[in-house]
Design a protein around this ligand. Structure first.
Ligand SMILES: Cc1cc2nc3c(=O)[nH]c(=O)nc-3n(C[C@H](O)[C@H](O)[C@H](O)COP(=O)(O)O)c2cc1C
Length: 256
């Protein structure tokens, strides 16, 4: 049996969960492939028996590029494939997977499992939003281990366990996810480079998932289509990407 794990991850949390799922599946003798939506190649859907789809939660909704990928790039499978969707987040709220379910159906994917995993907060550009402390992060990772074991077992048994935040949560999540993804960069696009620290390596421009960074005279210039994933801040080798002209904490990536 073969499984494909498609994901987007701005700063590593979702990728971490994807890797843990891969290990859990391989432990159960299921061959698993991780596939970032930033890869140029498209997966050959018909060789897979199971599909996993992972995304971080932005503005109380799965990050919008995952929907764009599923709609525009994911090939239609010849046979129906059971799908396990997961979202990683900072808080502990349920997620609406209705829109994802509809899109997956158009690709012959049948959503049977949909779960949210609380990991840690990576949104560290605003002083009022605090990082998740190490104790809570560790606790979340321990809980994740139990949940993954249970959720994957139930998924492979064919059980239907789709999380639902209720009518209000569904409506608000969809509205805020789509609206804030468009509005947020217009008001909060306040990135710049510290020219004294920048070593002109261009890593920020290369790593930006939405190609929002152009180099000018060797320094990054930030455009208006920012996803606000904060990867540019996190990946910079000298922490030279500023927000509001200030240096920010680089969210430490989870290493398995
Ligand atoms: C722009 C932005 C918006 C976010 N919105 C939420 C949110 O609404 N609820 C939440 O619990 N976490 C939110 N977060 C935190 C992320 O969902 C969380 O840290 C996630 O695990 C990051 O995954 P990644 O490292 O794979 O990108 C947000 C993070 C960013 C960057």
């Amino acid at each position: 049996m073969k499984a494909l794990i498609i994901y987007f991850s701005g700063t590593g949390n979702t990728e971490y969960v994807g890797r843990r799922i891969k290990e859990e599946l391989e432990h159960r003798k299921i061959e698993a492939t991780l596939h970032s939506i930033e890869k140029d190649t498209l997966p050959e859907m018909n060789q897979y028996d199971y599909l996993f789809v992972g995304a971080p939660k932005y503005y109380e909704y799965p990050v919008i590029p995952i929907f764009d990928y599923l709609k525009k790039k994911l090939p239609i499978a010849d046979k129906e494939i059971p799908v396990f969707a997961f979202v990683t987040e900072a808080s502990t709220s349920k997620t609406s997977f209705s829109e994802m379910k509809t899109i997956l159906k158009q690709k012959n994917g049948r959503l049977t499992t949909a779960k949210t995993y609380s990991i840690a907060n990576n949104l560290l550009i605003f002083d009022i939003i605090k990082p998740t402390d190490e104790d809570n992060k560790r606790k979340n990772l321990n809980i994740l281990e139990h949940l993954l074991d249970k959720d994957i077992t139930e998924f492979l048994r064919g059980e239907i366990t789709i999380e639902d935040p209720g009518f209000f949560g569904r409506a608000m999540g969809k509205a805020s996810g789509h609206a804030f993804t468009k509005i947020f960069p217009l008001f909060f696009m306040r990135y710049s480079a510290d020219k004294k620290e920048c070593i002109k390596c261009e890593k920020c421009a290369r790593e930006c998932p939405v190609d929002n960074i152009q180099m000018k005279d060797g320094y990054p210039v930030f455009g208006k289509k920012c996803l606000c994933c904060t990867r540019c801040i996190n990946q910079c080798p000298t922490n030279a990407v500023l927000y509001n002209k200030k240096h920010k904490v680089q969210y430490s990536k989870l290493n398995a």
